[in-house]
Write a protein that binds this ligand. Structure first.
Ligand SMILES: C[S@@+](CC[C@H](N)C(=O)[O-])C[C@H]1O[C@@H](n2cnc3c(N)ncnc32)[C@H](O)[C@@H]1O
Length: 314
């Protein structure tokens, strides 16, 4: 393969797995999505790409008179939507100051008689009666950082053990994960910095060049058995000549599926592009062998340090 100027640049972003494992342990509670301060909830409330599909799914799918359990209730907004249809909502929130805010806000919104806030870790929680619907929004691009899969898998097992039946409906209903080869410019006023980037999906972002079509590497249906790790070892094809120096991770949540309308309410999360350890010079039609592995809920660094891409056959 031809050597390029980019090859000669220092590869400062890659970390050794042992370093990452140590960081991962240190940061687990504080940084990996377990701690979301109240001021960040304002951003989530104002993000209509997130709010609208949840609002629609809850309005259309929560049965009248049902028992809804929300895991990770935050300010209580999803429980508020659910309370319009449910007989009873049980909302689990781990952070005391966020739980206190939810109680205050639900009272201000006239929903406190139906919604009970339980201050607990959703990873151990069992409700006092079976759930007809579970709502859980601990989602992050590529299902990194937050504990969506761990929390839901363990809740489903405990629910079935206690009540002898599965949870019939989980909102969101499914998540699709994809990966795409891209060229991502990393020069900033002459400063070379290959670091992770997030871009709003569907909005042309910071001159990212799509170098090939995306491929789906996992489809998660929340009422089915949930994976705890992702291992991808496959081929992406370059559609044009140029440089592939990053992988873009695509995350689409099917928050509610409406078969009669033949559509779903989707939340396409921000794209995340992660720099590869070495850029690849490609021609149109070249196959790129891509490999990465990460645990659900792991750090961005854990995924990035596992990424390999080579020209197939090289
Ligand atoms: C992304 S926020 C979503 C909040 C709210 N459901 C909403 O949609 O606005 C996730 C919430 O889950 C809470 N959380 C994270 N891990 C938790 C756990 N293990 N048990 C209970 N709550 C948790 C966080 O404190 C945060 O309030």
């Amino acid at each position: 393969m031809k050597q390029t100027a980019a090859d000669l640049r220092p590869q400062t972003h890659a970390r050794r797995s042992s370093e990452v494992a140590a960081l991962h342990r240190q940061d687990d509670d504080a940084q990996l999505g377990q701690y979301i301060p109240l001021h960040y909830h304002g951003q989530m409330l104002a993000d209509d790409r997130r709010m609208a599909p949840f609002h629609e799914a809850i309005d259309k799918l929560v049965p009248l008179g049902s028992h809804v359990v929300e895991l990770g209730g935050g300010t209580g907004v999803m429980s508020f939507f659910a309370s319009k249809r449910a007989r009873k909502v049980t909302t689990v929130e781990r952070l005391p100051h966020v739980a206190a805010a939810a109680r205050r806000l639900l009272t201000a919104n006239g929903a406190s008689s139906k919604v009970t806030i339980v201050e607990a870790d959703a990873r151990n929680f069992v409700p006092d009666e079976p759930a007809d619907v579970v709502i859980c929004e601990m989602l992050h691009t590529a299902l990194l950082r937050e504990k969506q899969l761990e929390v839901l898998q363990s809740f489903k097992v405990r629910h079935e053990a206690r009540f002898g039946r599965a949870v019939p409906l989980i909102i969101p209903e499914a998540t699709m994960l994809g990966v795409q080869p891209v060229f991502q410019p990393y020069e900033f006023h002459g400063y070379y910095a290959p670091v992770p980037f997030f871009f709003e999906a569907g909005v042309p972002g910071a001159s990212t060049v799509e170098m090939g079509a995306p491929k789906i590497y996992s489809v998660i249906e929340y009422t089915k058995d949930l994976p705890d790790t992702f291992l991808v070892d496959g081929v992406l094809t370059a559609d044009r000549a140029g440089t592939i120096n990053a992988l873009r991770f695509i995350t689409k949540n099917l928050v509610g599926i409406f078969p009669l309308e033949q559509r779903s309410a989707d939340w396409q999360m921000p794209y995340m592009s992660l720099p590869l350890p070495q850029p690849l010079e490609v021609q149109a039609g070249d196959d790129i062998h891509v490999r990465f592995q990460y645990d659900a809920g792991a750090s961005i660094e854990a995924l990035q340090s596992s990424m390999h891409a080579t020209l197939a056959g090289a």
